[in-house]
Design a binder for this molecule. Structure first.
Ligand SMILES: [Zn+2]
Length: 168
């Protein structure tokens, strides 16, 4: 898109914060992972910094370059015990802008290809990268502490509440 070209050519920086409302595909993916706390979701901020870099050669062609950094704390929950298991993401990417990517760009594992004419927005670019960084499943690495506790003498009040709801 033109804005990416502009940023790259002028080697300018663009940064901002996105709310979950601007990232519907991410919201859906988080829901699939069991994130249903809408206040945690609406409190979430995704920060991004896009920076134009000096052009770089891939084979014979010098291509406009962009770097993208994304930071977010995802309000994930353990899918076994439902306890909060937030995950901090701090992602960094470099993109070369091209209509058709030269072979040397496709072979470069450090640099991604951003289609020059693509009708992409910053939001969808950030969202794409967050979706790819999402874990497939979220769970405490070994045993769930809260399950062990509720198996003990005192029932977990939230577990009781859940059972009540299920019993209706
Ligand atoms: Zn757990």
């Amino acid at each position: 898109m033109a804005q990416f070209q502009e940023l790259a050519r002028q080697q300018k920086k663009s940064e901002g914060e996105l709310l979950i409302a601007a990232l519907p595909r991410l919201q859906q993916a988080l829901k699939t992972l069991g994130v249903e706390d809408s206040s945690a979701l609406s409190a979430m901020r995704v920060r991004f910094q896009l920076q134009g870099l000096p052009p770089r050669f891939f084979g014979d062609s010098a291509l406009p370059m962009l770097s993208l950094a994304v930071q977010a704390e995802l309000p994930l929950v353990c899918q076994r015990c439902f306890a909060a298991l937030p995950e901090n993401l701090d992602l960094h990417f470099e993109f070369a802008l091209a209509d058709t990517p030269p072979e040397a760009l496709l072979e470069d594992e450090q640099v991604d290809w951003l289609e020059e004419a693509a009708d992409a927005s910053v939001e969808s670019l950030v969202e794409d990268e967050l979706l790819m960084a999402l874990p497939i499943a979220v769970m405490h690495p070994s045993d769930c502490v809260s399950l062990q506790q509720s198996a003990g003498e005192k029932p977990n009040p939230f577990a009781v509440l859940k059972n009540l709801k299920l019993g209706q």
